[in-house]
Write a protein that binds this ligand. Structure first.
Ligand code: TXA
Ligand code: MG
Length: 335
């Protein structure tokens, strides 16, 4: 299959491909999504094939207007309304009991469906010109999520119909996922909308154990995606926990030709091996925006070991921690 590159203006072409049951990678403010018509089970099935994704891992449905949610869910409770009003369009996915119209390929056999309204105008235009879109991140299953069109091309060339180039993703990590199908509501994946913001809006929100810990063997994942290996570059990522001096001392005494460091801006010139600048130490938003690009850079440079700071589990730091701890296979060195 030839994969066509489309510009941000070519949303008519993208929508036509979707309406015909094809696959288009679409920019969103979080990461690029690999989109199909969410109401066409056959089209959605192609997503799993293109990504090499297990069929029991359900997909997020993307809408562009609140009215589109009616055909997707069987209930829209008050807390969902509050969250939608406050955080849509934006990086928040809400899980609700599903309607009969949602194909089994989307829900992965669950009786719930994940829905979000992106803020990205290109994604919204494609949705308005076609239909609600089922879209996971547009990477090969297991590799870091794509935050620009080149990342998508590197993973998906020849496997999908088209890619829209909409520049760099703004948030850089996938959306926050909260289940409102349980009481109290449960955070399944941290992202750009923080748990602090969610609690301020709707009160109690429980953080699912799998957000920061590995699943114990035999344990059932609340979100099937959490049980799969994720966000892993080829390099061996090692998280270091400790203050700035200890960090510098450690990496400088363990550095070598095959070593790279995801470093803070303040550390410029203080590290003896290859540095990939991830942003200022206090700027988790920039760090999130650069994280997946940095991991891909480390792989392109052929580095075998990548040292990184272990983020605090607060604000957007929790989203960073959740991705980085998986990239590191849950290994942290206490300095
Ligand atoms: O920012 C994002 O959310 C991006 C962009 C493209 O919108 N999408 C994305 O999709 O990250 P994906 O498929 O890579 O991650 C969706 C996550 C998975 O962990 C999946 O298991 C979970 O959401 N999920 C989807 N439907 C669910 C459901 N009904 N119940 C529990 N978890 C669900
Ligand atoms: Mg993904």
């Amino acid at each position: 299959m030839k994969t066509v590159m489309l510009t941000a203006e070519q949303t008519d072409e993208a929508a036509a491909i979707i309406r015909n049951g094809g696959l288009v990678a679409v920019p969103t403010e979080t990461v690029y999504g690999l989109a199909a018509d969410a109401l066409n089970g056959k089209a959605v099935a192609k997503i799993f094939q293109a990504k090499g994704r297990p069929m029991d891992n359900p997909l997020i449905v993307h809408i562009a207007e609140l009215s589109q949610i009616d055909m997707l869910v069987s209930e829209f409770p008050e807390k969902a309304r509050i969250l939608a009003e406050k955080f849509w369009g934006g990086p928040l996915t809400v899980i609700l009991p599903k309607s009969d119209q949602v194909p089994v390929e989307v829900s992965g056999g669950l009786d719930t469906v994940a829905v979000r309204m992106p803020s990205n105008p290109i994604a919204r235009e494609v949705i308005l010109k076609s239909s609600p879109l089922a879209a996971p991140s547009a990477n090969l299953s297991g590799s870091p999520s794509p935050t620009n069109a080149k990342h998508v091309f590197d993973d998906m060339n020849g496997r999908i119909d088209a890619i829209i180039d909409g520049g760099e993703s703004d948030v850089g990590v996938e959306s926050t996922v909260i289940s409102l199908a349980v009481n109290p509501p449960r955070l399944l994946r941290p992202g750009g909308i923080t748990v602090e913001q969610l609690r301020e809006a709707i009160g109690e929100v429980v953080i699912d154990d799998a957000v920061i810990n590995p699943l114990r063997s035999g344990e059932k994942a609340a979100s099937p995606g959490m049980k799969y290996k994720h966000y892993s570059p080829k390099a061996n990522v090692i998280l270091l926990k400790g203050n700035g001096d200890l960090f510098l001392r450690y990496v400088n005494s363990h550095s070598g030709e095959n070593t790279a460091v995801l470093s803070y801006e303040e550390e410029n010139g203080k590290i003896l091996c290859e540095c990939i600048n991830i942003g200022r130490s206090d700027d988790y938003k920039t760090q999130a925006r650069r994280l997946f690009t940095s991991l891909r850079k480390a792989d392109e440079g052929g580095f075998q070991t990548v040292y990184a700071h272990c983020p605090e589990k607060q604000g957007v730091g929790l989203a960073l921690y959740n991705r980085m701890i998986r990239a590191a296979g849950f290994e942290v060195i206490e300095l």
